[in-house]
Design a protein around this ligand. Sequence first.
Ligand SMILES: [Zn+2]
Length: 182
Amino acid sequence: MQLWLKPALAQAIVEHAKRDIPNECCGVIIGVGIEGQEVVAIPNIASQQDQHYRMDDQSLSEIFFRAQRENREIIGFYHSHPNGDPIPSQTDIHLAAYPNTAYVIVGLQGSEAQLAAWSIKSHEVKRVEMVVSTAKPPPEDATRSLIQKRAIIAAVIIAMAFMLILSLSLYHQRLLFLCLNL
Ligand SMILES: [Zn+2]
């Protein structure tokens, strides 16, 4: 899994995180496939905002439906750790509800803000490669359909080989049967 962000978008996430110090900030990344196209800040409505984040439900659902109308989707969530590393906390892992969406975390410990992206699926955390570049990502669907085509071709070849072996063995059995009956 990859997440592609234009430098301006990555910068917008970091600036939001710095603006909300000492609290955690949160927001979403809207895009298509693995390409982030827009970053939208969402109010953090957690009771202890310097410890946790909770996205405002109404803002989140509005963004969700807007993205749908625009034939795009929410491809990532982001939030910050004002005093920590960009690594999912136990709470982040526990509350992660979207396995196919990247979780971007800004770590503000130290002099430089650090960004990292993760996928969290049934409490299993994996690093998502984040590409910050002005380039466009390679067309993912084309790659995927090529892999699918190859898989179909391979399945057909295996099926044909199986049929050939089966018919040959039946043929031999029949020959054997005929020989024995002579
Ligand atoms: Zn967190």
